[in-house]
Write a protein that binds this ligand. Structure first.
Ligand SMILES: *Cc1c(COP(=O)(O)O)cnc(C)c1O
Length: 386
């Protein structure tokens, strides 16, 4: 079976975790801060707060930015449900901005129109969450400009995009956002098992992210309301959570981070092979913006329904039956039953719905061998050549 994505764990990764297992701390030791510093050094933000998932990072990012009841959070319908759910966790209302038909990222045009309407209605969002779909950055410069004009905050959901670049800066540097979030789930670019991170250039936001990560508690005297009574003393200042990353996870993350560039380069090599050999098939291949270097978390094609002998569902079933575990990213969030109960309905965000009808994610990961890739290509040719 060839999966669509999987982790790559080497001996150094294993040794790094074992070292922590044999040390004094399994969690809340020195390795989490070391991992945070290494990420900051790599992507160029000022601060980083490691947590136990990107979902947690999105949640505390919203809380740090004071999202609450009466507020709106907007994101893309073409993403994992966590990008929207974080708004609901905070009691805010969620809405969506349709995607660009070429990049499948949030459409700046649709965002511009929706903001103008929301201004009239008094329903402007407090937070917009652009998602760097498949590892390619959104048009952050334009989104940032709109954020200045309309006064909303920006959280980049860069769960797909660590190792990617935008306008000659690393994704994660927060040049165009308040907070950027990474995921370290095993299907993503680098992994800690479960894990995530929130990055920012703002020291006050960092303090709040750290508070919400660990029960809302501080042990740092300058942050306290009262005078510290001694080194046992701590204060709870907010209603936080236990969203901490363990030192075992951070050790794996540190070791994986050393291989980030190698991981992304290999993904680019595999993607360019697909680009070359699939060009004559009835497929829409991934479009790449000139000022982006994608992390290529996903290689997504659209089946051209007018020229393909098989539709997406048939092709999906065929490939899976042949041992190629293709996937589909994403079911538009507003069509999920839970969201339909909030009065969303199919037909509302047509570009994402049309894209979803024909989308197929091909296998793409560091350890995908040339022979395995050739098998995927051969099956696609067999199924799609007329
Ligand atoms: C994977 C993913 C998440 C959630 O990441 P976890 O670390 O599994 O919580 C959020 N947003 C996007 C776009 C993702 O792909």
């Amino acid at each position: 079976m060839i999966p669509y994505g999987r982790q790559d764990i080497n001996k150094a990764d294993i040794a790094a975790v074992i070292e922590v297992l044999q040390s004094d701390w399994l969690t809340q030791g020195p390795v989490v801060p070391r991992f945070e510093r290494a990420i900051v050094d790599k992507v160029g933000s000022k601060y980083a707060v490691a947590v136990n998932s990107a979902t947690s990072a999105l949640h505390i990012a919203c809380l740090a930015l004071d999202l609450g009841p009466g507020d709106w959070l907007w994101t893309s319908p073409n993403t994992f449900v966590a990008s929207a759910n974080c708004g609901l966790y905070c009691g805010a209302r969620v809405d969506f901005v349709d995607i660009d038909p070429r990049t499948y990222n949030m459409s700046v045009e649709a965002l511009t129109t929706k903001l103008a309407q929301a201004e009239q209605l008094g329903t402007l969002p407090k937070i917009v969450v652009p998602v760097h779909f498949a590892g390619q950055s959104c048009d952050m410069a334009s989104i940032y400009e709109l954020a200045q004009k309309y006064g909303f905050k920006v959280i980049e959901d860069a769960s797909h995009a660590i190792g990617g670049r935008y306008k000659n800066q690393s994704v994660g540097c927060c040049a165009y956002s308040d907070i950027t979030v990474f995921s370290f789930h095993p299907v993503k670019i680098i992994t800690t098992g479960e894990g995530g991170m929130a990055l920012t250039n703002n020291p006050q936001l960092t303090e709040r992210l750290q508070l919400f990560r660990s029960h809302g508690i501080t042990r740092n005297p300058p942050q306290m309301q009262n005078t510290s009574m001694g080194s046992w003393y701590y204060e709870q200042l907010e209603l936080g959570f236990n969203y901490r990353m363990t030192d075992m996870q951070a050790a794996l993350g540190l070791s994986q981070l050393e291989r980030l560039d190698e991981f992304v380069s290999r993904r680019h090599v595999l993607a360019s092979v697909y680009n070359e050999v699939l060009i004559d098939l009835p497929l829409v291949l991934p479009f790449q913006e000139k000022d982006c270097y994608s992390a290529f978390h996903l290689y997504v094609v659209q089946i051209d329904p007018l020229h393909s002998p098989l539709d997406r569902c048939k092709l999906f079933e065929y490939l899976r039956a042949e041992g190629v575990f293709v996937n589909v990213h994403y079911i538009p969030i507003h069509t999920q039953p839970y969201y339909q109960r909030m009065n969303f309905h199919p037909g509302q965000f047509r570009v994402s719905e049309q894209y979803y009808e024909n989308a197929l994610t091909l296998p793409l990961f560091f350890g995908l061998g040339d022979t395995q890739q050739a098998k995927v290509v051969e099956l696609l040719r067999k199924a799609l050549q007329v």
